[in-house]
Write a protein that binds this ligand. Structure first.
Ligand code: 5GP
Ligand code: MG
Length: 182
């Protein structure tokens, strides 16, 4: 399989674009079925930066009228999965009474998702569901359901299709897994 280097790390292609497309289509089919009779105007809330490519792939397959908005989470700590509270930047739309579908790149420990959910709930939406491109089921320990998952992966560090390693790799159309260094 194809290998690449980003900064000091080597990554091996693990999920080709066609497989990602099929998985996103399957999620879109489920969401289309679940929301087809909805009388509201559901709002897709894409969490930047990592979910931009998944969000694009997903919403172009959505068959009902909907809105798309982008938010950013500012963590009080620099590290990922720090478990600390996050602040939501960029909510311009009123969320009161809305059906929201959060669009996330990856749910790992679920800390980000949990704090995002708590923040969103303070805006009194009608419903909040999440569509995650990737889930690491071995790591996820929260009780909150991850409603729509395109692909499940092992506890590895991946890049591509929006996800980065220190800024690089977001543009890759396939997903790559970091090769463990011995
Ligand atoms: P959680 O809070 O669920 O532990 O982590 C979620 C966030 O951590 C994701 O939105 C993503 O930014 C980052 N993250 C978790 N796992 C990975 C990974 O394998 N690769 C990359 N590039 N980011 C990850
Ligand atoms: Mg994210």
């Amino acid at each position: 399989m194809k290998q690449i280097q980003l900064h000091d790390r080597v990554f091996r292609m693990s999920i080709p674009e066609q497989e990602i497309d099929r998985a996103i289509q399957a999620v879109a089919d489920k969401i289309n079925a679940d929301y087809k009779d909805s009388d509201s105007l559901p709002l897709f809330l894409s969490v930047l930066n990592g979910s931009f490519m998944f969000a694009a792939g997903l919403v172009k397959r959505i068959a009902f009228p909907c809105e798309i908005s982008f938010v950013k989470l500012a963590s009080y700590h620099g590290e990922r999965s720090s478990g600390k509270a996050t602040e939501l930047i960029g909510i311009s739309d009123a969320l009161v009474g809305r059906d929201i579908i959060v669009v996330e790149d990856i749910v790992d420990t679920g800390n980000t998702y949990e704090s995002l959910m708590a923040t969103l709930m303070r805006h009194n939406p009608r419903s909040v569901k999440i569509a995650a491109m990737l889930l690491k089921p071995e790591v996820y320990q929260k009780t909150l359901p991850v409603d729509y998952v395109a692909m499940q992966i092992a506890n590895d560090f991946i890049v591509g299709y929006g996800l980065d390693y220190n800024g690089l790799g977001r543009n890759l159309p396939d997903i790559y897994t970091m090769v463990r260094q011995k």
